[in-house]
Design a protein around this ligand. Sequence first.
Ligand SMILES: C[S@@+](CC[C@H](N)C(=O)[O-])C[C@H]1O[C@@H](n2cnc3c(N)ncnc32)[C@H](O)[C@@H]1O
Length: 265
Amino acid sequence: MSDDPFAQLKAVQREAWAVFAPLEAVTTMPAAELVRHARVFPQQSVLDVGCGTGVVGLTAARLGARVHGLDLAPALIEHAQKNAALAGVEIDFREGDVEALPFDDASFDVVLSQFGHMFAPRPEVAIAEMLRVLKPGGTIAFSTWPPEHFVGQMFALVGKYVPPPPGAAPPPLWGDPNVVRQRLGETVTDIVFDRGVMCFPTLSPQHYRKVLEETLGPVVKLVQTLQGDASKLATFRAELDGYIGRHLENNMLRQHYLMTRAIKR
Ligand SMILES: C[S@@+](CC[C@H](N)C(=O)[O-])C[C@H]1O[C@@H](n2cnc3c(N)ncnc32)[C@H](O)[C@@H]1O
């Protein structure tokens, strides 16, 4: 038996995230922004944590970096491997958990995560692992969803209907620069923040909600959980449509995110 207190949550997440692949169409552009923000250059050894279908890892590999990618969901790792083969780049993509990285101390020049490590239930464990595998002088950089913008608010809404298990941190706290500074602590120096916007074209709140219900792990899971409670499901859908409607302009949903970069001492 596992001694991980969140093993059951992670088993659920592993299944729920499996259908994320279509959203790579929108995470592809922020991937280039993150790789630019991290200042990746050829021959560096790079780890992409919570890599999903590999959009960040592939972007770094096409610049000439030597890339490893890791994700909880085996279905996404398979997709990432196909993406690498299609692009003609060599990347070691493997299944794994950011809270227990299968790499030696000081293995990488750069550790990246785009909307990935923020979903680990224990931020202090995830960040300690990411910094452990980073070389002194190396760069850690990640993109995260702030609590005050659309995606952060959507996760708060999801949490209202199905609260996370006790002790699991809300993912959007990773989008608050003060929290990020505190979590990175004294192990790093030269923290730099930047902001980006991920755009999703959509015809109506209902169209975008359908995309979320089919592809975004926490929403997929919530809708499954509420299947037996039609009235609660209808209320959730109405609330989500309201959120989406307030952020939808000219058939475009603009989703603001935070980018962080820091150097390990
Ligand atoms: C929003 S997706 C982002 C995927 C990819 N980085 C991108 O930008 O397209 C979140 C990813 O984090 C992964 N993930 C969640 N918890 C994880 C954990 N504890 N360890 C590793 N990956 C995790 C999920 O499986 C999913 O692929």
